[in-house]
Structure formats: structure tokens, C-alpha cells
Design a protein around this ligand. Structure first.
Ligand SMILES: C[S@@+](CC[C@H](N)C(=O)[O-])C[C@H]1O[C@@H](n2cnc3c(N)ncnc32)[C@H](O)[C@@H]1O
Length: 236
């Protein structure tokens, strides 16, 4: 039997709680978002595709910085929350297992794919679609769980991709892929991207008071997230 995460929109069950948690929480607001926004660079006047947009926290900031945003997520509740938060954005329910047939080739300047690649079974197919809709001079910014942290929590064979289930501190049950870093880089390569930069972020200094223990650990240990900027390979 082939193992899959499948198409159940897991985040639908705790979308509102996620929105409240990620709005100003250490991991999202002061660790992942600053890293990805920095890798995206200036966005004013750019058309940004926010893939797995969640409750629209990125979209809100991107619009504030002058971008026009198209967001997608397979959780209907997340899409509803994005629409409420960012009336200027266009959002739609879409499962990354399906082709982006509603978006023409080379129709967006930047793609953001934050903290969601772990939930996708056929990642190369999804990344190929992102490559197709991205302009040749555009860039993809992707963040994911740091594989070292995954391996420290789960042990076993670091190099063997596999699906795990975790129950996070708020009781959210999540099912996702563990993959070595090499696998993410190879999948980007297979989909026609060149990795341009890889960041292992540190949390913002001013966020230490939110969770001093986690903050101090993230400053020392690769147990949180990492972020990659990749560009379309002009040879392919
Ligand atoms: C950890 S949240 C990240 C949300 C947002 N990118 C952020 O960083 O604030 C993961 C998101 O991925 C979405 N997601 C998971 N699997 C998906 C899929 N197959 N297609 C589209 N969205 C998916 C979830 O619904 C959820 O909103």
C-alpha cells in the first residue's frame, strides 16, 4: 500500500485557532515570516501567489507592502479567513494535488509556499505547476520544518522519507511527510528550479519574551524551520 497524507484538509478543524496562534506567535510571526519575506525581497507592484495561504497572515503583509495577492488553500475555512482578513486579495479553495489550471503560464511574479510542502504527496508535480505559472524572471520562496528537528523528534532513518503523525501543543493532530533536506532540494531540481539561497533563520530578538525557552533554543539549535529561495532554471 502506498502511504499518503491524502486530501483531508486537516487544518480546517483548527483554522481559527491557527490564525490566532500564528498572528503574533514566536514561530510564525517572528521566525518564519521575517525569513520568507526577506527572501521574497521587494514586492510592491508584484503579483504574488500565496500557496497554502492559511488564514491570510502573509497575504495581509504582502498587500500592505504593495503586492497584489492570489492565495490558495485546500481548507475552506482558511480561505474564508483570508478573504475576511484581506479583502483586496483573491483567494480560492484548491488542493495542491490538482493542477493549477485556473492560472495561465508565467502569470505571477513571485510564489510563496510557506510551511506546507510537508502535506503534499506529489510534491514534484505541485512544484512543476508553480514553476509553470511563475514568470521566468520570478522566484519561489518555500519554508518547511527543519529536517534536523524532525529527525530529533522521530529518530529512525533520517534519509528515508516517511509519513508521521504528531499532536501539537494545542491538541492539533497533523499528518505530514518527514524528508531529508536533500529530498527537498532534489524535488526543486526535478521541478525545474535552481536553489539560490537557503536560510536557517533565527528568531527576532524582540520576540524573546513570547517564549523565552523556545526562543533561546531556536537561537542555538536547528529545530524549527528553514527557508529556500529558488528560481526557474533557464535551461529547462
Ligand atoms: C502551517 S499552515 C501554513 C499557512 C501559511 N502558509 C502560513 O505560513 O501562515 C499549512 C497550510 O497548508 C494548507 N495545506 C495543506 N495541504 C494542502 C494542500 N494539499 N493543498 C493546499 N493547501 C494545503 C493547510 O490547509 C494550511 O492552511
Amino acid at each position: 500500500m502506498v502511504e499518503v497524507v491524502g486530501s483531508d484538509p486537516q487544518y480546517d478543524r483548527f483554522a481559527d485557532e491557527f490564525a490566532e496562534h500564528a498572528r503574533d506567535g514566536l514561530y510564525n510571526a517572528h521566525y518564519d515570516r521575517p525569513a520568507c519575506l526577506d527572501l521574497l525581497g521587494p514586492v510592491a507592484g508584484r503579483r504574488v501567489l500565496d500557496v497554502a495561504c492559511g488564514p491570510g497572515l502573509y497575504a495581509e503583509e504582502l498587500v500592505r507592502r504593495g503586492a497584489s495577492v492570489i492565495g490558495l488553500d485546500h481548507s475552506p475555512r482558511m480561505v474564508e479567513l483570508s478573504r475576511q482578513r484581506v479583502p483586496a486579495g483573491e483567494f480560492r479553495v484548491h488542493d495542491l494535488a490538482d493542477p493549477l489550471d485556473w492560472l495561465p503560464d508565467a502569470s505571477v511574479d513571485l510564489v510563496l509556499f510557506a510551511l506546507a510542502v510537508e502535506y503534499v504527496d506529489d510534491r514534484v508535480a505541485a512544484l512543476r505547476e508553480l514553476r509553470r505559472v511563475l514568470r521566468p524572471d520570478g522566484a519561489l520562496v518555500l519554508s518547511r520544518l527543519h529536517p534536523t528537528g524532525d529527525w530529533l523528534r522521530h529518530g529512525g532513518n533520517y534519509f528515508e522519507p516517511r509519513i508521521v503523525e504528531e499532536v501539537w501543543s494545542r491538541g492539533w493532530r497533523v499528518r505530514f511527510w518527514l524528508m531529508p533536506l536533500e529530498r527537498t532540494c532534489e524535488e526543486l531540481h526535478e521541478a525545474g528550479f535552481l536553489v539560490e539561497r537557503l536560510r536557517e533563520p533565527r528568531p527576532a530578538a524582540e520576540a524573546a519574551h513570547l517564549d523565552p525557552t523556545a526562543h533561546a533554543r531556536l537561537l542555538r539549535e536547528p529545530v524549527g524551520f528553514l527557508a529556500i529561495r529558488a528560481v526557474p532554471d533557464p535551461r529547462r
